[in-house]
Design a protein around this ligand. Structure first.
Ligand code: THG
Length: 371
């Protein structure tokens, strides 16, 4: 049984695609938003990596749950939660939005979809935004409804994604621009398709609005994918790190603010946008944040799995901790993500990484994304 190692129960939610993922021989799961996320299919992450860069993959990322906010105060609530100015977003547009609390701490980093002037989805990373949004709405007596709708994202990632999607859903999908969405017909149902996804190889996400249709959607895309050398896949650790895509709970938590996360460009702090953490982030910005997200390139051959943070040292001073790392078969070095202290965050600064196998691997700080 492919779920061995995880004791399954109703709390760990299956997805509409889990049956198919198991049939394809998934080799393990993680749990995100209380829902299964496939972790591997090919024998090695490297094989998946090269395939993702050259062909196209089908990913069950249903764990990217939607928090739907509707009603007269919907835009107000969304803006209250994020320092990014959403006032000029058009219907059909997506935005990557940091969510912060009153202290400026990161609550989540979802993709925002504007479905109508009074209707939004937050496509969330791994934290309970549904409860946070409901609590804020109740406390502030906002006229909104906050629910988790029956939406399950099937992601098509890789350089051949556009040709495959055009074959399955028609040529019009080619006109969808990055971080925009449109609707396609699927067996007489209307489904939202967004260009984007959790890789830098190009792709689309299908926001299936009826879990009963999961296997049928998987099968349709899978059959068409045969001509494109499609494989089942999942977010790839090597590709994600190289691309500088951050993972909530790994690279950053509620303890971090968006400036530390390198998300300053998504923060309007001049007071023209009113949100929950404005005062706190203004104070942090005035003071200057003390650490910031960077890449670390390091040698010493492939390391172990980074299951717990690895200290990043400069001499005997700890200047950071690696929270995700992997051997890059392309760069022929290890690539890692770490917040780095201001004193050492300039690219090129020499550091050493104290890995869990006891080996101290020498390296240097890098800008993100890695070249
Ligand atoms: N797709 C959807 N929902 C998601 C993710 C996703 N929710 C959870 C998680 N992933 C959120 N995190 C990210 C992080 C980065 C991006 C998307 C979601 C991303 N960033 C672009 C980049 O870095 O190139 C550009 C962002 C921008 O410029 O606006 O795509 O993958 N549905």
């Amino acid at each position: 049984m492919s779920t061995s190692g995880l004791n399954m129960s109703r709390r760990i939610r299956r997805t509409p695609y889990t049956d198919r993922v198991e049939q394809h021989g998934v080799r393990g799961f993680s749990v995100v938003n209380h829902m299964l996320l496939p972790k591997a299919f090919q024998p090695t992450v490297e094989e998946d990596y090269w395939h993702l860069r050259e062909h196209v993959q089908l990913w069950d990322v249903s764990c990217q749950r939607q928090v739907q906010i509707t009603g007269p105060d919907a835009a107000r609530l969304v803006q209250w939660m994020t320092p990014r100015n959403i006032s000029r977003a058009r219907v059909g547009q997506c935005m990557y939005v940091p969510l912060v609390d009153d202290k400026g701490g990161m609550v989540n980093d979802p993709v925002l979809l504007k479905l109508a002037e009074d209707r939004f989805w937050l496509s969330i990373a791994d934290s309970d935004v549904l409860l946070w949004a409901k609590g804020l709405a109740l406390g502030a007596r906002l006229d909104v409804t906050v629910v988790e709708p029956d939406i399950s994202i099937l992601s098509v990632q890789g350089p051949k994604a556009e040709d495959l999607m055009a074959k399955v859903f028609g040529e019009a999908v080619r006109n969808i621009r990055f971080f925009n969405f449109d609707f396609v017909d699927f067996n007489g149902t209307r489904q939202l398709v967004q260009r984007g996804g959790y890789s830098k190889q190009g792709g689309f996400e299908i926001y299936l609005n009826n879990g009963q249709l999961g296997s049928a959607l998987w099968d349709l895309v899978w059959e068409a994918g045969r001509a494109f050398n499609m494989t089942p896949g999942c977010p790839n650790l090597i590709e994600r790190i190289e691309g500088g895509l951050l993972s909530y709970g790994n690279e950053f938590t509620l303890e971090n603010n968006p400036l530390e996360c390198g998300l300053a460009k998504f923060c309007t702090l001049d007071g023209s946008v009113d949100f929950l953490g404005l005062k706190a982030l203004q104070a942090i910005a005035a003071q200057g944040h003390e650490r910031e997200m960077r890449g670390v390139l390091f040698d010493g051959g492939p390391g172990p799995t980074c299951g717990k943070p690895w200290p990043v040292m400069a001499g005997d001073q700890q200047v950071g901790q690696i929270t995700s790392a992997m051997w890059s078969p392309r760069l022929k070095r290890n690539v890692g993500l770490s917040m780095i202290a201001r004193s050492h965050w300039a690219p090129g600064q020499a550091v050493s990484v104290h890995c869990a196998d006891g080996v101290i691997r020498p390296g240097e700080v890098s800008a993100l994304p890695f070249a």
